[in-house]
Design a protein around this ligand. Structure first.
Ligand code: HEC
Length: 189
């Protein structure tokens, strides 16, 4: 595993998460495999963006800027209006989750808007991950949220406003009841 290319970033992110999560588990056995990521590798992976927005960088964008970016970078796989193609549908499906034919999209299923930012920044475009700048990702998220009717076309998305967006399925997930996972684990004495 010499130097990681952009293409390897999602894999690198997963590896870094696994490694950094290990101390929380406490008595992890040592299998003698793998190695800690270097500081450079951790920088390339970038911070994980939390639901409360911590980790989000400076920058901002609106749906109108996002429309052009989406058309140029995303529409060939996701359709001009996010209706889907070789890539999954990103728009619609609200109210369908508890029906016989649930349509899972960013708009209907994803509980937190900051995760959309994190995912696009790390993983999209599918064939060129790592090419988008923070301003572009804010604009693309704004466009997808606007297409879903979640925010208005002129709403400015940035590190402050994005965490405040209430996704339709925000309360559709149950919390993990296990005591050893989640934020409480880190503060346990
Ligand atoms: C070459 C085709 C391609 C391009 C270009 C592309 N995507 Fe994707 N996208 C995919 C595929 C395939 C998936 C599903 C990946 C998976 O599930 O592992 C996906 C998944 C997604 C998802 C998650 C959908 C869900 O509900 O799971 C989002 C959000 C997304 N893409 C946004 C974008 C944005 C924004 C752009 C433009 C910057 C973009 N994509 C460009 C193919 C593409």
């Amino acid at each position: 595993m010499g130097s990681w290319t952009m293409r390897d970033r999602p894999a690198a992110a997963f590896l870094a998460l696994m490694i950094s999560a290990a101390p929380l588990v406490g008595q992890s056995p040592n299998y003698g495999a793998g190695r800690p990521p270097t500081p450079q590798e951790l920088r390339e992976v970038g911070p994980a963006i939390a639901p409360d927005g911590s980790g989000l960088p400076e920058g901002s964008g609106t749906a109108s800027a996002g429309r052009e970016l989406f058309s140029a970078n995303c529409a060939r796989c996701h359709g001009e209006k996010g209706e889907g193609g070789v890539g999954p549908r990103l728009v619609g499906g609200q109210g369908s989750l508890s029906t016989a034919r649930p349509v899972k999209t960013v708009g209907s299923f994803w509980p937190v808007a900051t995760t959309v930012w994190d995912y696009i920044y790390r993983a999209m475009p599918f064939d060129q991950p790592g090419k988008l700048k923070p301003n572009e990702v804010y604009a693309l998220v704004a466009y997808i949220l606007d297409l879903n009717g979640i925010i208005g076309p002129n709403a400015v998305m940035d590190a402050k406003s994005l965490p405040k967006v209430k996704m339709p399925n925000r309360d559709g997930f149950v919390s993990d009841p296990r005591p050893h996972v989640g934020p409480k684990a880190a503060s346990r004495k």
